[in-house]
Design a protein around this ligand. Structure first.
Ligand SMILES: NC(=O)c1ccc[n+]([C@@H]2O[C@H](COP(=O)([O-])OP(=O)(O)OC[C@H]3O[C@@H](n4cnc5c(N)ncnc54)[C@H](O)[C@@H]3O)[C@@H](O)[C@H]2O)c1
Length: 344
């Protein structure tokens, strides 16, 4: 039924387009373009580029399709491409830190519901305050709600059930952010205990896969495509100087390859999979180091050209871009947000 609805929406938009003769005008001009002059392409040719978004042509294609006498067009970039209006998302590790920051961003971008999955039985006061703040945006553009779900990402069956329950309740699943992760204290690689290594890999690798599966299975079920964002780290492609973090670094490398692998399998279903790799950002995870070893703040800040560590809110834009139609041709990519740490 959803696919019928979608076909109808596309058909309606097509019907609103100018007459075919007007659409072909730029192409006809192209055929007669003297050498050396710009020759506009036929922007209506979906067989080469995939179908236009349901809300019709955008950007230059929209400009070429609008006759000068048409009603004044409204900009579409934030109203449509970046908008998550009516979308549904699952965010693991959404109780605090980067997960909670990104969950709120998705609501502010218009998502109908963002489900924060985290291990604590009850959400914290901080999470409740953020949920209430989001609720007060209703009527002002932020129409969605934050929901809390207790779940251990390392439990595959439980995660699939959480995804299924969200799908049953909302009738769709559009975005997933797998942010639950752990970082252990300095542990020499030659002495690294097996149990601790397995624990880090369980949360940071298995848990990320089970989270992506939980959401991805629902995306496949509803057939609307979707965007899965795995939170890796710059530590997946560099080693943090003077820190013995072999389990964390290895786990984040695995996440980078997991995303590329899943992206290749899921592309035909229009499910995109990318990694977002932050640099040093001040959260509870890094506070365990920075608050106990104050000299590390200046040291970490000196390791990137911006001369500072990052704030969680500096991931709001990139997660919205990745979750939304603004990034529909981006999959299998790693987006580094590290203040330029890699540039040195
Ligand atoms: N803070 C940084 O500088 C930084 C940099 C790069 C990458 N990251 C990554 O970003 C993600 C979020 O980190 P953060 O800084 O917000 O850390 P954080 O410790 O503040 O938050 C992590 C959240 O994950 C949850 N979690 C842990 N294990 C879980 C499990 N098994 N099931 C469900 N939830 C679980 C925790 O309860 C917590 O709420 C992590 O994957 C981390 O590796 C963080």
């Amino acid at each position: 039924m959803l696919s019928t609805l979608r076909t109808r929406i596309v058909a309606t938009n097509v019907a609103r387009l100018p007459a075919r003769s007007a659409l072909l005008r730029p192409l006809a001009r192209a055929h007669h373009c003297p050498p050396g002059q710009d020759s506009p392409l036929n922007t209506d040719n979906q067989s080469k580029t995939g179908e236009q978004p349901a809300y019709g042509p955008i950007g230059v294609a929209a400009a070429l399709h609008h006759a000068p006498g048409d009603p004044a067009p409204a900009p579409t970039l934030f109203a449509h491409e970046f908008s998550l209006a009516d979308r549904v998302a699952l965010v693991s590790g959404g109780a605090r830190g980067l997960g909670l920051e990104m969950a709120l961003a998705l609501v502010e971008a218009g998502a109908r519901a963002v489900y924060c999955v985290d291990i604590a039985r009850e959400p914290s006061d901080e999470w409740r305050t953020v949920r209430d703040y989001a609720a007060r945006m209703q009527g002002k553009g932020g129409e969605g709600r934050l929901e809390y779900v207790t779940g251990d990402t390392t439990d595959q069956a439980a995660m699939w059930k959480i995804g299924q329950d969200i799908g049953d309740r909302e009738g769709r699943m559009d975005a997933c952010v797998a942010a639950a992760g752990v970082l252990k204290s300095h542990t020499d690689c030659l002495e690294y205990p097996a149990a601790q290594f397995r624990q880090v890999m369980d949360v940071n690798v298995n848990g990320v896969l089970f989270t992506a599966q939980a959401a991805g299975r629902q995306m496949a079920r509803f057939g609307n495509g979707g965007s899965i964002i795995l939170i890796a780290s710059m530590s997946g492609s560099i080693t943090n100087k003077d820190h013995a973090w072999v389990s964390y670094n290895s786990s984040k490398s695995a996440v980078l390859q997991m995303a590329r692998s899943m992206a290749c399998e899921l592309g035909p279903k229009r499910i995109r999979v990318n990694t977002l790799s932050p640099g040093h950002i001040y959260t509870n995870m890094t506070a365990a180091y920075l608050d106990t070893q104050p000299h590390l703040l200046a040291k970490w800040a000196s390791l990137n050209p911006m001369g500072r560590i990052g704030r969680p809110d500096e991931l709001r834009g990139v997660v919205t871009w990745l979750a939304s139609d603004a990034s529909t041709f981006c999959t299998g990519s790693d987006i580094l947000v590290s203040g330029g740490h890699h540039a040195w």
